[in-house]
Ligand binder design. Structure first.
Ligand code: RM4
Ligand code: MN
Ligand code: MN
Length: 432
């Protein structure tokens, strides 16, 4: 069964008919408005068409908290069904051909079969994530007290081996990056010797780095708390930067938007990592209090814009080696995951194109003249521009939907999946 049956090109074209005349009008109006500001809309459409963000397989099922998980009908039951859902997101948005997979959650007996399955849907696996933050049935040693930084060398070895296996699977899948996030840390003061734990982490990571295929990048993801509540081993961007530098040229820091303390200036962290040549990429999501894994741009869209402002600034000034990987990392607890992923990918494109609207010469002049009010106004002018017609035009030209969520809802895809994928009783708590 191929799910394109429902969300076919013809279906999308038909869904677009009602929206295309108003879109044309809105696009022309916006293009004239931008022309008055000396901005050409056409290259912006081209930029949006070239903009991609990878979708996480673990975001396709309903997530949950440690209290409960509320499954929705038609959830994918395995990685193949997850890819079917990814295909729907991709067809409608045309912005999400890349997929991040998590091992062992997405482990199959035959990675090359999975690779072909993805390719047949216009998708590719671009990064692999290891998981040493939970125990699996049949696992010899427990990660309860850590993995790559564990006090016991045998546990560290087991966690290293798992990462090496991820590299092998990733190579068969055609991935180009490996992301390591560990849950290691301490729940109580005194539990961990901070320096020793970090040394052990670095030793383990060195073994993984040595096995990294030549063309790959290694991403390390810091997080200031959770599951460890008092201290984490890779707690902040400074530690991450230090470790990435110690590991070598192909190791980079990955910024997950939910992994910072409240009110932390994340855009500044992004700028610092760019300046130091160590920004590997992003796990986009949004949050109110912590690692809430909410949809990108839902709570703090201005922060998302400010982050893209730094990214576009680096892109335009051709910072050497600047090539961050854009990935979503979200848990959809109360929405249809397909809709959340569509909405999130649109939020990212919006922030990206708005960042391109910043009048950078004017901004620099205001910065040099110490005119904070006008500097902010310059950013706000870009941020308050309604760029929806540019985003929709880019989707339309790429073969996607003008209104992807409306098209998805009218396709009946979820209903059909509810019939085809009888639910498995899985009411346990947990992120996925
Ligand atoms: C973590 C972290 C990792 C993700 C897991 C599921 O908080 O963000 O990137 O793989 O959650
Ligand atoms: Mn993450
Ligand atoms: Mn996270």
């Amino acid at each position: 069964m191929h799910n394109g049956v429902l969300v076919t090109e013809t279906f999308i074209q038909e869904a677009n008919t009602a929206f295309s005349a108003p879109l044309e009008e809105d696009y022309e109006h916006l293009a004239r408005q931008l022309a008055r500001r000396g901005v050409d809309a056409e290259p912006l459409v081209a930029r949006v068409m070239a903009f991609n963000v990878a979708v996480p397989t673990w975001g396709l099922g309903s997530g949950g908290t440690r209290f409960a998980r509320f499954p929705i009908p038609g959830e994918p039951r395995n990685v193949f069904e997850k890819l079917d859902d990814c295909e729907v997101v991709f067809r409608l948005t045309r912005a999400t051909p890349g997929i991040s997979v998590h091992i062992p959650w997405d482990k199959t007996g035959n990675p090359s079969e999975l690779r072909t399955y993805a390719q047949a849907r216009g998708l590719s696996i671009d990064s692999i994530n290891s998981n040493t933050f939970q125990d699996r049935p049949g696992q010899t040693l427990s990660y309860k007290f850590g993995s790559l930084s564990h006090s016991d060398a045998a546990v560290r070895r087991q966690a290293i081996e798992h990462n090496l296996e991820c590299l092998e699977i990733g190579a068969a899948l055609g991935a180009r990056a490996h992301t390591v996030w560990i849950g290691d840390g301490g729940n109580f003061p005194g539990q961990l010797h901070f320096r020793r734990a970090l040394d052990r982490y670095l030793d383990s990571m060195t073994a993984i780095y040595r096995a990294l295929p030549e063309t790959w990048r290694l991403f390390i993801e810091h997080k200031f708390y959770e599951p460890a509540f008092y201290s984490t081993v890779l707690n902040d961007w400074g530690t991450s930067y230090y470790c990435a530098r110690e590991l070598g040229d192909r190791a980079f820091s990955l910024v997950d938007l939910g992994h910072h303390g409240p009110n932390v200036n994340v855009e500044m962290i992004v700028a610092r990592l760019i300046q130091f040549g160590k920004l590997g990429g992003f796990h986009f999501n949004d949050s109110q209090y912590g690692d809430d894994d909410l949809d990108a741009g839902s709570v703090k869209p201005f922060q998302l814009f400010l982050i893209f402002n730094e990214l576009v600034d680096a892109e335009r000034s051709a910072v050497p080696g600047f090539s961050p990987a854009y990935m979503l990392d979200q848990s959809h607890n109360v929405t249809d995951p397909i809709e959340s992923l569509i909405a999130s990918s649109i939020e990212l494109s919006r922030a990206y194109v708005q960042a391109h609207l910043v009048d950078r010469d004017a901004l620099e002049a205001y910065q040099e003249a110490n005119d904070p009010l006008m500097a902010l106004q310059t950013l706000k002018q870009a941020y308050t521009t309604d760029v929806r017609p540019i985003l929709a035009t880019a989707r339309l030209r790429g073969g996607g939907a003008i209104d992807p969520i409306a098209a998805y809802r009218s396709s009946g895809y979820r209903r059909l999946m509810a019939e085809r994928r009888p639910s498995e009783t899985r009411s346990s708590a947990g992120i996925v």
